[in-house]
Every structure is written in C-alpha cells, then in structure tokens.
Design a protein around this ligand. Structure first.
Ligand SMILES: [Fe+2]
Length: 279
C-alpha cells in the first residue's frame, strides 16, 4: 500500500492506493485542441469550465421533486425502508447500509429509464442554447445512448471518483478522442464542502506533465473504471466549483476533476452527471 495525497480547497486528504498500479507520464502533447475539444470556442475555454444559469426556481424545484419521488419509489421497490418523511438531503438517515445504497445506485445510474419522474430531454435544448451548438445523446462511434447519472453522495462517504479526465477512457482503450462535453447539475446538499472539485486550466497541460494510471484505478480499496491522476505539473491541488442550484457546471472532457468528497456532516449531496456529444 502507498499513500497519495490531494488538496481540495487547501485541505489535505490522504488516500491509500494499491502498489500493483503504476503511474506514468504521457507524451509531449496537449490533447485538448480545436479538433478534439468541443468547448474550444467557448469564452471560458481557457479555464476549462463554467457555471451557467440554467433552470429558474420553479424548474429547479420540479427537478428536485421529481427526483425525490423517483428515489422514494426505488427505495420502496428495492428495500424494506420506510420512506415516510423522506427527502434527498436526509437520504443517509434512510439508507444506512452500503448494501441498500448500492441497490439504489444501480437503478439511479440510468435517468432515461422509466424509473424517473423528470422529462430529461427538455434539458437538451437549454444546454444547446448555452453552448451555441447542437448536442446529441448518442455516441457517434458506439451508437449507444448516453445515460444521465444521478450521483448520490452520502456525507463523509467514499461515493466519488478519484481525480481523472473523462477523455482518457477513449484515448487509452480506443486510441480515439470522443467529442463530448461534461455537465454536472447540483440537486441538493451542494455546498462549499461537497461540490465537484476541478483543476482549472488542467486541459492545457502537456500529457508529459500528467502522472497517472492507464485504464482503471484502485483507491482506498475501491476499484474504479477511471484512471487516477496523481500529479499534474507536479501539483495535486483541486478547487471546488461554486456551482449553485439552478446552474449547471459545464466542463471540458479534457479537464481534471473528481474527488467530490462530501465533507458535510449531515447532508447527502445529489447531482446529475452526464455527457453529451457535439451533433
Ligand atoms: Fe468524470
């Protein structure tokens, strides 16, 4: 076992990693280019991310209520938990075991399924308007439909990914850079102790400065499909997005992000997480 450390908003956190995974630097190249990064022409491209107004208060409330009802229904169907008085912020008071939590998240992975009480596709034109180009939820290479994930992160839990870039999956496995953009929409429990951390401008770094695993990773005994990036330009500091309710965090698929620790003591954080392709 080795220890890797990261700083989130200046606060240091240590994690154990398996010694069987090796870290290496990439080639002398910047992967984010006009042809490989669909947000290249956005006014915020230099930072790699933006927080954009998106839903008015009524729409935000409708989204939250719809998700609350959907998760409640899943709890009734999958567990013996009494859902009286349930709300998303207090999810961890109802779902107390990992076993029950995994039953729920196995269903909340796919927001396009009939489980969900929210018209997801109404979001697409809004996002197109913000970005000023057409989006598609179909992967042009695999023809698969993209899923919207409801990420439920209990306080002080390990319900998060290590620091990574989404683009590496295509780069490592298929030797191909997929043309998509990432979205993250806070639904509840979103604070300066729980929001998604990002590394501003990290998409502009040469791969020769990014020390990471290839393929998956193992952190704190948990296996991840995403790689773990140990350092970028010798640094290991992330800052939390300041995204607010009603906004959407939009970021380049080349941007380093992750480690969305929920450091709240008594509030579950729920966010929608998905990617869309340039049409
Ligand atoms: Fe990601």
């Amino acid at each position: 076992m080795s220890v890797i450390s990261f700083f989130v908003d200046g606060e240091k956190r240590d994690f154990t990693t398996s010694d069987s995974q090796s870290f290496s630097l990439g080639k002398e190249e910047v992967l984010s280019q006009k042809e490989t990064d669909v947000v290249y022409d956005q006014p915020w491209y230099n930072e790699g991310y933006t927080e954009s107004d998106f839903l008015n208060p009524d729409e935000y409330n409708a989204l939250k209520d719809g998700l609350t009802e959907s998760v409640k229904r899943i709890l009734r169907e999958e567990t013996v938990i009494n859902t009286e008085g349930f709300n998303l912020e207090n999810y961890h008071h109802y779902v107390k075991s990992n076993e029950d939590h995994f039953k729920v998240v196995s269903r909340t992975r796919d927001l396009f399924s009939d489980d969900f009480n929210f018209p997801v596709m109404t979001l697409l034109p809004r996002l197109e308007k913000i970005l000023n180009f057409k989006l598609s939820d179909i992967d042009p290479k695999t023809k698969e439909k993209m899923h919207i994930i409801v990420r439920i992160n209990r306080p002080q839990s390990n319900d998060f990914n290590p620091p990574h870039k989404d683009v590496y999956h295509g780069v490592d496995i298929d030797n191909y850079i997929p043309l998509f953009v990432n979205f993250w929409i806070p639904v509840c429990g979103s604070t300066n102790k729980s929001n998604l951390p990002v590394v501003p401008k990290s998409h502009l770094l040469s791969e020769s400065k990014v020390l990471r695993t290839i393929g998956g990773s193992e952190v704190e005994g948990n296996k991840y499909r995403v790689c773990v990036i140990k350092t970028w330009d010798g640094k290991n500091e992330l800052i939390r997005s300041k995204v607010k309710y009603g906004q959407v965090l939009i970021f380049s698929s080349h941007l380093i992000h992750g480690l969305a620790l929920n450091n709240e003591t008594d509030m579950t954080r729920v966010a929608l997480e998905f990617r869309l392709f340039k049409a």
